[in-house]
Design a protein around this ligand. Structure first.
Ligand SMILES: *Cc1c(COP(=O)(O)O)cnc(C)c1O
Length: 353
């Protein structure tokens, strides 16, 4: 090793799901929304001019922050936006997890958490999910340096009831508790209603899944004004203009279209419930997902084999060769037609027809 290499901050990066180059694949591997964003987003895009690009974007991320606040009935000072919730969550780790005590998160969870902890040198401890892949609130009662978990959890899809979420917050009032609600719009109850009651709670959401804007990179955190103020201080010490002008404009159009949002999320929920029946008939088992994906395991056929056979067929799902989950597949809910093609292949592959 060269002497200068000793000074380098070395990290093992997060591995995102594959983005295959071919266009004829069925892409069920990164939890993207199968439907396009709201037609109002397309309309704003049509009217967009390059003159807007000459200037710096609004440093306070207006009008997007105001629209998000209006949608949830909050004040703008209770909303922080960033370049996808990944950016927001990274800022949260940097801002709120500064203790010598370990930050707690589940052993099976969003695999970016330990990457940020390593990057920022934050001590952490994984709290194992129970045998049904559920979070046990009691596992979060010990002293710690902060708590973060997705709800519903990913990649399990399992929703923790709001009472259990509140129980975790109640037992952790000396640290910041972050609930990562990337999938909450697909059938869960948000912890947002608790932000007035608990000043140490931060709720993080994204436009990437339920608002079909993964490519635009828009995420947000909601909490009390003090927490949001601390987040903004860190952001302004890092990069004042994280959100580009076009993302601000298109995101604003997306959140204004309530009807389209409700229609498309409802459609995905219907397809998901149908997919549960199909998977069950094919001999798969899974938890009760409240997200836009299912985390499935087959009674006899190894997940890795199914994963490879599907990929061969141009159907991409997600597989992790990791402890406890190496016999599971995470399958994003696509359109009905995409799901039908998935099930047609699986029926044939598993020899049911
Ligand atoms: C998708 C996802 C995110 C991040 O999404 P962005 O595209 O960065 O907004 C965060 N947390 C979980 C659990 C996710 O699944």
């Amino acid at each position: 090793m060269k002497a200068w290499e000793k000074n380098i901050r070395r990290v093992t990066p997060y591995t995102p799901g594959e983005q295959p180059r071919q266009s004829n694949v069925i892409k069920l591997n990164t939890n993207e929304n199968p439907y396009p964003p709201s037609p109002q987003v397309a309309e704003v895009l049509r009217q967009y001019t390059t003159d807007t690009m000459r200037k710096y974007p609004a440093v306070d991320a207006q009008p997007l922050v105001d629209e998000i606040a209006a949608f949830y009935g909050l004040e703008p000072q209770q909303v922080f936006v960033g370049v996808g919730s990944d950016d927001v969550l990274a800022m949260c780790f940097l801002t709120f997890f500064n203790s010598d005590r370990p930050v707690f998160f589940p052993d099976i969870t969003y695999s970016f958490y330990d990457v940020w902890a390593e990057l920022f040198r934050i001590p952490y401890e994984r709290r194992p999910l129970d045998e049904r892949f559920e979070i046990r609130a009691e596992d979060y009662y010990q002293e710690n340096g902060g708590v973060i978990f997705p709800n519903p959890n990913a990649p399990t899809g399992v929703l923790l009831p709001l009472e259990a979420v509140e129980d975790i917050i109640l037992h952790n009032q000396d640290v910041i508790v972050i609930v990562d609600e990337a999938y909450i719009d697909f059938g869960g109850t948000s912890a947002l209603e608790l932000i007035e009651k608990y000043e140490n709670l931060l709720v993080v959401q994204t436009f990437s899944k339920s608002r079909s804007l993964a490519g635009m990179r828009i995420g947000y955190a909601m909490g009390n004004k003090k927490l949001i103020g601390y987040l903004n201080d860190v952001k302004y010490s890092f990069n004042s203009y994280t959100m580009n002008e076009m993302a601000l404009a298109l995101g604003t159009a997306a959140i204004q279209d309530h009807t389209y949002f409700e229609e498309t999320t409802a459609k995905i929920i219907v397809t998901r419930e149908r997919a549960k029946e199909e998977f069950r008939k094919l001999g798969f088992t899974f938890g009760d997902s409240r997200t836009n994906f299912l985390f499935v395991t087959h009674r006899t056929c190894p997940a890795k084999e199914i994963f490879e056979a599907l990929k061969e067929k141009g159907i991409y799902v997600r597989y992790w060769n990791k402890p406890r989950i190496s016999n599971h597949l995470r399958v994003t809910i696509g359109t009905d037609e995409e799901m039908d093609r998935l099930f047609a292949f699986l029926r044939e592959y598993l020899g049911k027809e």
